[in-house]
Write a protein that binds this ligand. Sequence first.
Ligand SMILES: [Zn+2]
Length: 234
Amino acid sequence: MTHQVNIVSLKGENTVVVVEKDPDSCPICHNNIQPKFVSAVEISDDYFDSIFHCPNESCRRAFIGLYGRDRHTGRFELEKTSPKTAKSEIFPDCIKTLSPTFTDIYNQSIAAEAHELDQISGVGLRKALEFLIKDYLCHQNADDLEKIEGIKKATLAQCINNYIDYEPLKRAATLATWLGNDETHYTRKFEDKDINHLKKLIQISVGWINSVIVGEELWNEMNAPQEPTTENSN
Ligand SMILES: [Zn+2]
């Protein structure tokens, strides 16, 4: 909602400006909040910093909103908040056990993105995807050491084409690989796709892998040969 803010210059002069809207989430605890305004300091004619207090009891941290003047309306709009902290992705237990390296690299990539190191985060996500797929295939072929050696040496694309049978996972992993390669190569093939599409495809792959493994575990548990008893013979 539009409101007025008093900003103070280095010389102590006050100016009242019109602001379009305040931050609606905290960059530190990531909760939706109505931040408490503390003060605002002028940077230049077109920019100022607002200091806010997060009202969330478990956070209470101060953060800064950078505002810039809209050249058409003359009003100030929120451009970004800082300090940015990464909101780590919580993966299912099965995925954490399957590939702890994947979860580490994935969350380091998200942290890089939060620090605006977007050129690095895409490369990291591509690496995370390779660990996820290869660790999954090694798990699925645990009793075939020769196959495992082949999986370790193969490229990611070869692994997906040669060893993944489940079509929905194969598609998601293939698309993620294509976008991941865009993050590491000199030229992009998919100009209209970005790192958010890559994250979505990795999440879809994680979902399918989780379903396959958890489903198999339950099948093995419940389908194990049981001693026949008189009570449940029918
Ligand atoms: Zn907070």
